[in-house]
Design a protein around this ligand. Sequence first.
Ligand code: ZN
Length: 332
Amino acid sequence: MATLTREQYDSIMFRYGQRQRDRLSEIESRRRRVYAAIPEYRKLDESVPTKAMDTLRARLSGGSEKDCRSEISQISAKKRSLLRMHGFPEDYLEVPCICPLCRDTGYVKGEKCVCFKKEEVRLLYDQSNVEILAKTACFENLSEEFYTGEALDNFKRARAAALRFVSTFGRDYRNLYFYGPVGTGKSFLSVCVAAKILEAGYSVLYFSAASMFDRLSSLCYDYRLREEYRSFTEDLHSCDLLIIDDLGTELPSQTVSAQLFTCINERALRQKATIISTNLSLEDLQKNYSDRVFSRITNGYELCKLTGKDIRLLKKVRTINGTNQKTRQTQS
Ligand SMILES: [Zn+2]
């Protein structure tokens, strides 16, 4: 992953500190509530350190620490039942960490936790768009109702390919190519996949083709940004999943074509998965880019064609009709 600046690193670590502080203060305020409601609970709490000292002393002197231990576990059971009796959940004082893997420290055994790496991607590349989309995009929300006939068959095939991609990710090396007219659900399918792969803890980069090539060309011609260019291309070539959305909406040029080839070729060499979505037909793909791009994609990607009416438009029409109906009802 490209390197964070000192400020970016500090801001991530500050947030981890904040999470830990928030959690501790939540535990503290719950404890106060419990103590106020159950004075006996407090007494039990206060007796535990003494018992723990007894255990330690017993261990050091070679005596029986078993008795002390069982006494402590009896106290815990008593505490749980007290909570229950007073209408608190048994685990009321166990406030979970946001990330149980690193317990909100950002590190696991000296290595950056997956949650840290996600945070890095967010800071380095603006991925807020895909995060927002991923919240609503899930396979369960994929509706067949907008497709009929051949379009429905195509949609089912594409969805099956996407599900296969998700379920075999990390084991099998696969790439997907969604193509078809505007509004047939290509990007939505890509985001559904992204959400699942992110959830599984992999690194995912999601770019619209226009913004990806923009960034590449603004970096590659400026020698002062050479380091940034190097780390950007490294991330493009090495992230677990790269999604290039709306290929063909960027300004076409030979440079773009070469950059696209380098990108998908490097990823193929490293066996890193890529998803491309586009409005371009296969003929246009061959015409707009090089033969090598065409051949790489048609040979190395599962080609999923989507057809049908523009869903976004259908939805809009439906909303308008819905509003009209409501207005009519209120009028009558
Ligand atoms: Zn973590």
